[in-house]
Design a protein around this ligand. Structure first.
Ligand SMILES: [Zn+2]
Length: 347
């Protein structure tokens, strides 16, 4: 397997011509999605309930497999991919009236992700996910902790209509972080909520009331604390993280940020141009935080051309070649330590 990765990386390098000029592909895509047939069906129900504009039409909701992901990685010369489960779809508030068995659906979708990753041992790193409000959320985390095979837990607060300003919801989130830490699962969190005034205040609540419960397991803030693209709320939240990291670098040591669909959303053909001022502000904060905490990711769904995606990301970020090389070489600690069960590695 390693030899194949090396050969692909070498081929990508040679195809690019003069070595120094070539922007290297990321070593790892830290944010990717596939859906089982049932996960795809439920995602379509959510999009339908959300109505026009609720789900970007350029993003595929189609079922896909680990094989599709490995092919996409190979075509772009990328070594490994982090597969995030859509298990939380099943507890989505949009479909709460549709008699969906949340516990069963979440379990099956998580099992699908873990099995697809295990079938491509070493290439794909699986994260289970839970809907924060689901009654079975804590059980689900502990189940995978006991069973093994998952590297982390994905949470999507926007989809959950979560609100940091509600202490009951925030305590619930802290309990999920504690459970993940108890099971040594890393955490990827889409923390942007649907509040119009989402920003620094929410990041401050997160840092004070939730993050400490991670107790050192890596915490990856998805989309650089936004939801794709760059906006004022995201910059304010990321700025609050920068302040916290400057105040206490050791206490925030396990915090990372992924750049999936940042700075200008690019899913298949869909693209929201970010203003040069917003991109400049984003880069200033990235440098304050330190590029070593930023992880490249694509938000892959079936059909996304990763080579085109990362070429666009490279162009959209006005970073130097050296800075891009640094970003492309970053690998989250949970990827470095990931192992896979060879017994489960049959497709
Ligand atoms: Zn995503």
């Amino acid at each position: 397997m390693k030899a194949i990765v090396k050969a692909v990386l070498l081929a990508a390098l040679l195809a690019g011509g003069a070595g120094a000029q070539v922007a290297p592909p990321p070593r790892v895509d830290h944010h990717m999605h596939i859906f089982s047939p049932e996960g795809s069906r439920v995602l379509n129900l959510i999009c339908k309930a959300l109505g026009p504009g609720g789900c970007p039409p350029q993003r595929s909701n189609a079922p896909a497999t680990g094989e599709d992901v490995v092919e996409a990685l190979d075509a772009a010369g990328i070594g490994r991919g982090v597969l995030l489960s859509g298990g939380y779809f099943f507890g989505s508030p949009e479909i709460a009236d549709q008699a969906i068995d949340v516990a069963k659906g979440m379990r099956a979708e998580n099992a699908f992700i873990v099995a697809e990753a295990a079938a491509h041992c070493g290439r794909l790193i699986p994260f289970i996910s839970v809907a924060p409000s689901a009654a079975s959320a804590l059980d689900e985390i502990h189940y995978w902790g006991r069973k093994g095979g998952a590297a982390g837990l994905k949470l999507h607060l926007g989809s959950a209509r979560f609100d940091f300003r509600d202490p009951v919801q925030t305590a619930r989130l802290a309990a999920l972080f504690k459970a993940a830490a108890d099971e040594h699962l890393a955490i990827v969190i889409h923390m942007q909520t649907r509040r119009k005034d989402y920003g620094a205040q929410d990041a401050a609540i997160f840092l004070r009331e939730v993050y400490p419960f991670a107790r050192g397991v890596p915490v990856q803030i998805a989309h650089a604390a936004g939801g794709g693209g760059v906006d004022e709320g995201e910059l304010a939240a990321l700025g609050a993280f920068a302040d916290a990291i400057a105040r206490d670098p050791r206490g925030t040591k396990s915090l990372y940020f992924d750049l999936a669909m940042v700075p200008d959303l690019f899913a298949n053909e869909g693209k929201i141009p970010a203003t040069p001022a917003h991109v400049a502000a984003l880069e200033a904060i990235m440098h304050r935080i330190g590029l070593n905490r930023f992880l490249l990711g694509s938000d892959y769904v079936l059909g996304l051309d990763l080579k085109a995606y990362f070429a666009n990301a490279r162009a959209a970020l006005a970073l130097s070649d050296a800075d891009w090389r640094a970003l492309a070489g970053n690998v989250a600690p949970y990827v470095k330590s990931a192992t896979c069960k060879s017994s489960a590695s049959k497709p």
